[in-house]
Design a protein around this ligand. Structure first.
Ligand code: NAD
Ligand code: IPM
Ligand code: MN
Length: 365
């Protein structure tokens, strides 16, 4: 198939991990005979430096015409002055809003070979398979902001429409998994959370086959560590989802492993690892590229409907987690490029054994 993919490498380790993910997508195109066109654009601090804007109009226009967008990370110390008038993160938020990608899927699985890296007792990590569905275009991130010399406010606002669409998406996803949905809120304190909970209760009637539970976010932060295997799909508002998923990444062994897919009503999606620009290791060639590669797998699955190809990338990543090499965050010594090369070899092996049309096999019948 033909597909137009816009890449937004961004800042810090963003370009390093995005390049590795693009290399994987190019290998997929070769092995499975697809025609992927890559178009790179500026976002974040790099875009501010080049044009003064964190999301230049040309970058946004390209994303709106693409089949999918693959993003690295934005931000860093250079642009983090609290008094700065423009910030890299504004570019990412504007992009999410403009693309209408309100549902951010963040899957968490724990590879058995990595369990020793988790701070938890290993038996607690058995069978951990959680899909977080984070609301991505509402809440405190997008409410009105005020600031005077001695006061600041961030409005947290949600409409029923905003809640209902992401909650329905979460129910639908739960239906295709273990039919268990946990809605996380702070309904004992926040009015937005009470509207959230009412909406979940009302929508639940349409999904009688899905078991629903409500959990307050503070105790959820604890339960995620004590009973992670209890959860299937977890749906929550923007800010809670941001925090809980970085916490969840510790279970997997590294923040560098978790991918995400941000989806709206159409097929176009925005794909990015959940980690940031990692300023402490940027430019050293040691960033873990696996979260970005797994985000590319989600791109294949959700925007291009190439499920076998997505599984091939996931299998190749899993093979490398099992056999190495590993980057430093996973206790190894390998650099980004060595891990990428190992994934490319595993991907080629996978394609050769699982794909009938691989490298000329078609001619043999
Ligand atoms: P971070 O995710 O950048 O880094 C947190 C820690 O995890 C660091 O020690 C880092 O080295 C490590 N880490 C992250 N990704 C890694 C990888 N791929 N391989 C190995 N180690 C990795 O979070 P932070 O330090 O709080 O934020 C830094 C900047 O990134 C901020 O400007 C923040 O706004 C931005 N940020 C951007 C995104 C995004 O673009 N989606 C996400 C989160 C943070
Ligand atoms: C993420 C990041 C972003 C967020 C920042 C950079 C705006 O932390 O993608 O998780 O908070 O959504
Ligand atoms: Mn985050």
């Amino acid at each position: 198939m033909k597909a137009r993919i816009v890449t937004l490498p961004g800042d810090g380790v963003g370009p390093e991990v995005t390049q590795a993910a693009v290399d994987v997508l190019q290998a997929v195109a070769r092995h499975y005979e697809h025609d992927f066109d890559f178009d790179q654009h500026a976002i974040g601090g790099a875009a501010i430096d080049a044009s003064g804007e964190p999301l230049p109009a040309t970058s946004l226009a390209a994303c709106q015409l693409a089949d999918a967008v693959l993003l690295g990370a934005v931000g860093g110390p250079k642009w983090s002055d609290p008094n700065a008038s423009v910030r890299p993160e504004q570019g990412l938020l504007a992009l999410r809003a403009a693309l209408g990608v309100y549902a951010n899927l963040r899957p968490l699985q724990v590879h058995p070979a990595l369990a020793p890296l988790s701070p938890l007792k290993n038996e607690r990590l058995k069978d951990v398979d959680v899909l977080f569905v984070r609301e991505l275009t509402g809440g405190a991130y997008f409410g009105a902001k005020t600031r005077t010399a001695d006061t600041a406010t961030d409005e947290c606002k949600y409409t029923v429409v905003e809640i209902e669409r992401v909650v329905r998406r979460a129910f639908a996803l739960a239906r295709d998994r273990r039919r268990h949905l946990t809605s996380v809120d702070k309904a004992n304190v926040l009015e937005t959370s009470r509207l959230w909970r009412n909406t979940v209760q009302r929508v639940a009637v349409d999904y009688p086959d899905v078991k629903v539970e409500h959990q307050l976010v503070d105790s959820m932060a604890m339960l995620l560590l004590t009973q992670p295997s209890r959860y299937d799909v977890v749906v929550t508002e923007n800010l809670f989802g941001d925090i809980l998923t970085d916490e969840a990444a510790a279970l997997a062994g590294s923040l560098g492993l978790l991918p995400s897919a941000s989806l709206g009503d159409g097929r176009r999606g925005l794909y990015e690892p959940i980690h940031g620009s990692a300023p402490d290791i940027a430019g050293k060639g040691v960033a873990n590229p696996l979260g970005a590669m797994l985000s590319a797998a989600m791109l294949l699955r959700h925007s291009l409907q190439l499920d076998a190809e997505a599984q091939a990338v996931e299998a190749a990543v899993s093979h490398v987690l099992q056999h190495g090499p590993r980057t430093r965050d996973l206790g190894g010594q390998a650099g980004t490029l060595a891990v990428r090369d190992a994934v490319l070899v595993a991907l080629e092996d996978h394609a050769r054994t699982h794909h009938a049309f691989f490298s000329g096999a078609r001619a043999c019948g």
